[in-house]
Design a protein around this ligand. Sequence first.
Ligand SMILES: C[S@@+](CC[C@H](N)C(=O)[O-])C[C@H]1O[C@@H](n2cnc3c(N)ncnc32)[C@H](O)[C@@H]1O
Length: 301
Amino acid sequence: MTDNSHIYHDPVMTAEVITGLAVHPGGAYVDCTLGDAGHTVAILEASSPDGRVLGLDADPEAGPPATERLRRFGDRAVLVNANFGTVASQARTHGFIPADGVLFDLGLSSRQLDSEERGFSFRRSAPLDMRFTPEGPSAEDLVNGLPEQELANLIYQLGEEPRSRRIARAIVAARPLTDAVELAEIVARASGYRRGRTHPATRTFQALRMATNDEIGNLRLALSQAASVLNIGGRLVTIAYHSLEDREVKRFVNSGMVRPITKRVIRPGAEEIARNRRSRSARMRVAEHVGIRKGSDDKLA
Ligand SMILES: C[S@@+](CC[C@H](N)C(=O)[O-])C[C@H]1O[C@@H](n2cnc3c(N)ncnc32)[C@H](O)[C@@H]1O
């Protein structure tokens, strides 16, 4: 077993996150996707000497590496093992209302992807778990328990996979499935896709992970809660890694509770993409809390 505990997840678009959140000394920020705390460290440094961060992560395994890394900031960092679907109550409990900024860096960390036991990666033999939190149904339950038609719909809707029907048929024929690589092989064969830069099982794995963790449902809940904890003028920064997430964010940003600071999504530069391949699909959006001025005629500066 490889020990990756000392290798931290490489945070995406850190400089843009700090600018987007308009980080300043004394500010109060909520990092809804703490992970390895790369962004939180940057926020605490930029808000020195007295800025504070509340860091949430649904995954209990995210806690120890982040705690270790944030020790030097003392009580300026408050870490909680919680789903961001509860961000408003967490912010209230820990004294982060009103907040000056809320950050979502969605999806999963490279630590989770590299884990030998979690089943997130189609390249590693591991039980088909894929849960951020060790409770509720796992990906294995979905793969082996859903009727073929429902499985096909799930892969189509959450994976945007056009060959979902034949993939679902092959999965049902191969049940019971217990291992991530075994599933990846069956999907690859059934899909008929060539193995290029993207693995043929990428979209199916994405769909199963999103369904297992109800990622869109939690994001929807969390975005409106995030706006409710923000100060007027407080910033909401989101980084999405696929179109379904980004669509959800875009819909929210255009809903009137917040207003976009930048009209278009912000993408990482070529240098960052070359250095950190995981950043290539990142789409960042920045919005500002406008209070209850919906319908007023003041324009974006
Ligand atoms: C891309 S990583 C964040 C990496 C982090 N920004 C860093 O610099 O290390 C996303 C994190 O969000 C967490 N996460 C995903 N969905 C969540 C949810 N609904 N509630 C709380 N945390 C969640 C994952 O467990 C993962 O650790």
